[in-house]
Write a protein that binds this ligand. Sequence first.
Ligand code: HEC
Length: 156
Amino acid sequence: MFQIRKSLLVALAASLVAVTTWLPSASAQDARAAQQVKLRQSAYTVLGAQMGLMGAMAAGRAPYDANAFRAAAERAAAMGNYVPELFPAGSITPSSKAKPELWQQQAEFQRLMKDMQGNVTALATTARGGDLEALKPAFGATGASCKACHDKYKAD
Ligand code: HEC
């Protein structure tokens, strides 16, 4: 009995070695794609959190704090200008919500990125002025530019 189990284990170990040495580049590529997706989703999570902070103030659900709003807008602008770098070809995994079409429709995807970047940069500039009434439309335009891309290139 022990002998049989031992030989089974040896056979299993040998087949695992065979599989892993047979597919080294595929698994390295998978690991890289998983890391790229994780970084991209993390950057978007930071961006989304700043939009949440600003949105609560813009909608009057949280008291307006000009300094906190400005800090959030600056973090959002930094992330908004960073995310376009986080879509290298092949960076897709089952946990990614990115639609594969975005890599085939680069002109449109980049146009939507630039639109968002312009809006979030303008929002940060407006936030320096500290005028809540001026911030509301700038915030609304930024949110609309997020949605425009999500509607096309992000799965629900
Ligand atoms: C040009 C396209 C584009 C623009 C503009 C865009 N996004 Fe996204 N966003 C995506 C794609 C694609 C994903 C899916 C990423 C993935 O899962 O690989 C995503 C994912 C997200 C996620 C989910 C992250 C996660 O953990 O799964 C959040 C939150 C998010 N975006 C917020 C925003 C906000 C806020 C803005 C605007 C300030 C914005 N996005 C603008 C394309 C865009």
